[in-house]
Design a protein around this ligand. Structure first.
Ligand code: NAD
Length: 474
C-alpha cells in the first residue's frame, strides 16, 4: 500500500511519501505553555514538567491530534487530554464494529476500556493511529502484536487499583472473622441470630499473603496497622515491609496462617495453587481469600474443605469462568459448581469488584492519559505493553533547535547503519534503541537543526526499507 501524507510545518506544507499505510507526523515549536488539570495531582506529568523547565515537545498543532475516547473513560483522563489542546471525541459506550472502523480511520489516538475489540481487521483501517490507551487493567481486547508491527504503541494501567483490592481484603478478613455475611443474610430473611461462638477479633491473628507484589505488600501494611502478624510467601525474595517476614515455602505459610490471602498472577504454575493437598496443610478453622485470578483456587476442593469444617470461611472475588456482563449468570451453567458454592456457610462471593472504586477509575484515567501525552509529545514508550521501553531525558527550554527523531522499524540486521547514514551530517546528542520481538524502537535527539533539515531527516528515514513509522518532534 502506498499513501502520501501531507505534513505541515508552521508557515508551509511539506509532502512526505509513506511506503505503507501509516502516516508520518511532525511536531511543532514548543514555545506554548500547556497546562493540564492533571497538574492537581502531585506526581502528575504536568507538574513534573513545570518543575524541571522541560521543553514540551508537541505534535504539530496540538488541535490536529484527534482522539477518540470510548466506554465512558474517566473524567480525570479526559481532562488531561483536552488540557493538552487535543481534539477529543467522547462516547459513553463502545461502538459497533462498522462504526468503530469508520471512526478509527481518522484518529491518532483511541482510548478504550474492556469492551472495544481492536482486532487486526479494525486496526488495519486505522491509517493515522499512533497509540492506544486501554483505560483498564487488561489488554487482551487489543491485537498487541499487530499493533506493534504497525507502529502503534499500547498503554494500560495495571496497578492503579492495588489499594482498592487491599482494602477489600481487609474488609473481608473482618467480615469472615465475625461471620457478617451469614448474619446479614439471616437478618434479610427476618432471622435474629445473636452468636459469639467462633467469632473472632483479628488482632493478634496471623495473615499469610501469597504473592507479595503491588497488592500483597499494600495489604501487609494495612493488616499490621490493625494488629495482625504478617507472613508472606513469594517466588522472589522480597524485602519485608514493617515487621512482616517471608517464609520459605507455601506449605510453611499454610501451616501458620489464620487467614490465607492470594495475590499471584494467573500463570500455568499458579493454576490450582490451592487444591486438596494445600487445604490439608491449612490450619483447622482458618480462612481463605482469593481476589487474584479464578484459576488459582480449585473450587471443588474448597467446597469439600468447607463442608468438612477444615476452613471456617472463604471470600472469593474471582472465578475460573466469569460472565461477560451483569445479570443472573452466577448459576451452574457458568462453571458447574455455583449452586454448591452458594450453599456454603460463611462464604462471601463478590463479582470481581476488587479494583472497582471511583478512586481506582480516577487513577487509571490519570495514569493512562499521562502515558498517552508522554508518548505523543515526547515519544517515551515507558510502560508500553507492546513496544520496547525507551525513554530519553526531556529536552529543556533552552534547547530550542533540537529535534527528537522517533524511528519505529523492523528488527532486522543493518538498520542502525542506515539510520546513522541519514543522521551522519547532524549532531546526535543522545540516542537509544531497543527491540521487542520483530519490532524495534529508536529515539535520537539531534541538535542545531533548521526547519529544512527536519524534512531531510524525515524523508531520509521514511525511505528506508525497515521503516514502520517515522515521527519528528520539536
Ligand atoms: N480482584 C480484582 O479486581 C483484581 C484487581 C487487580 C489485580 N488483581 C489480580 O491480583 C493479582 C496480584 O496483582 P498484583 O498487582 O499484586 O501483581 P504483582 O505482579 O504486583 O505481584 C504478584 C506477585 O506474585 C508473585 N508470584 C508469582 N508467582 C508466584 C507463585 N507461584 N507463588 C508465589 N508468588 C508468586 C510475584 O513474584 C509477585 O511478587 C493478579 O492476579 C491480578 O490480576 C485482581
Amino acid at each position: 500500500m502506498s499513501t502520501t501524507a501531507s505534513i505541515q510545518i508552521p508557515g508551509r506544507a511539506v509532502e512526505a511519501s509513506s511506503g505503507t499505510a501509516r502516516q508520518a507526523s511532525f511536531s511543532t515549536s514548543p514555545t506554548a505553555t500547556f497546562t493540564s488539570p492533571s497538574s492537581s495531582f502531585p506526581g502528575s506529568l504536568a507538574n513534573r514538567q513545570k518543575q524541571r523547565q522541560e521543553k514540551t515537545l508537541q505534535p504539530f498543532e496540538t488541535q490536529n491530534i484527534k482522539i477518540l475516547l470510548l466506554e465512558n473513560v474517566n473524567q480525570s483522563g479526559r481532562d488531561i487530554l483536552t488540557g493538552q489542546g487535543y481534539q477529543v471525541e467522547f462516547h459513553k459506550s463502545s461502538l459497533a464494529e462498522a462504526e468503530l472502523i469508520e471512526k478509527i480511520r481518522d484518529v491518532h489516538v483511541i482510548g478504550i476500556r474492556s469492551k472495544t475489540k481492536l482486532s487486526e481487521k479494525v486496526l488495519k483501517e486505522a491509517k493515522n493511529l499512533l497509540v492506544i490507551g486501554c483505560f483498564c487493567i487488561g489488554t487482551n481486547q487489543v491485537d498487541l502484536e499487530f499493533a506493534a508491527s504497525s507502529g502503534i504503541a499500547v498503554f494500560n494501567s495495571p496497578f492503579a487499583n492495588s489499594r482498592s483490592v487491599a482494602e477489600l481484603v481487609i474488609c473481608e478478613i473482618i467480615t469472615l472473622a465475625r461471620q457478617l455475611g451469614d448474619r446479614s443474610n439471616e437478618m434479610h430473611k427476618g432471622t435474629w441470630n445473636k452468636v459469639s461462638n467462633k467469632c473472632w477479633e483479628i488482632r493478634g491473628k496471623t495473615l499469610g499473603i501469597v504473592g507479595y507484589g503491588h497488592i500483597g505488600s499494600q495489604l501487609s501494611v494495612l493488616a499490621e496497622a490493625m494488629g495482625m502478624n504478617v507472613i508472606y510467601y513469594d517466588v522472589v525474595n522480597l524485602m519485608a515491609l514493617g515487621t512482616a517476614h517471608q517464609v520459605p515455602t507455601l506449605e510453611a505459610l499454610l501451616n501458620q496462617a489464620d487467614f490465607v490471602t492470594l495475590h499471584v498472577p494467573e500463570l500455568p504454575e499458579t493454576k490450582n495453587l490451592i487444591s486438596a493437598p494445600q487445604f490439608e496443610q491449612m490450619k483447622e478453622g482458618s480462612y481463605l481469600i482469593n481476589a487474584s485470578r479464578g484459576t488459582v483456587v480449585d473450587i471443588p476442593a474448597l467446597i469439600n474443605a468447607s463442608r468438612a469444617g477444615k476452613i471456617a470461611g472463604a471470600a472469593l472475588d474471582v472465578y475460573p469462568g466469569e460472565p461477560g456482563g451483569n445479570g443472573d449468570y452466577f448459576t451452574n451453567d457458568l462453571n458447574g459448581w455455583e449452586e454448591e458454592l452458594r450453599s456454603l456457610k460463611n462464604i462471601i462471593l463478590t463479582p470481581h469488584i476488587g479494583g472497582s472504586t471511583e478512586e481506582a477509575q480516577r487513577a487509571i484515567g490519570v495514569e493512562v492519559a499521562d502515558a498517552l501525552v508522554r508518548y505523543i509529545n515526547q515519544g517515551s514508550t515507558l510502560a508500553s505493553v507492546n513496544m520496547p521501553e525507551c525513554n530519553l531525558r526531556s529536552l529543556t527550554l533552552d534547547e530550542s533547535k533540537h529535534v527528537r527523531v522517533i524511528y519505529i522499524h523492523k528488527n532486522v540486521p543493518g538498520v542502525l547503519r542506515k539510520v546513522n547514514e541519514v543522521l551522519m551530517n547532524f549532531n546526535v546528542d543522545k540516542q537509544i534503541t531497543d527491540s521487542r520481538g520483530e519490532v524495534a524502537y529508536l529515539m535520537a535527539d539531534v541538535s542545531d537543526v533548521q526547519i529544512s533539515d527536519i524534512k531531510e531527516i524525515h524523508d531520509g528515514l521514511d525511505g528506508l526499507s525497515s521503516r514502520i513509522l517515522v515521527r519528528v518532534l520539536y
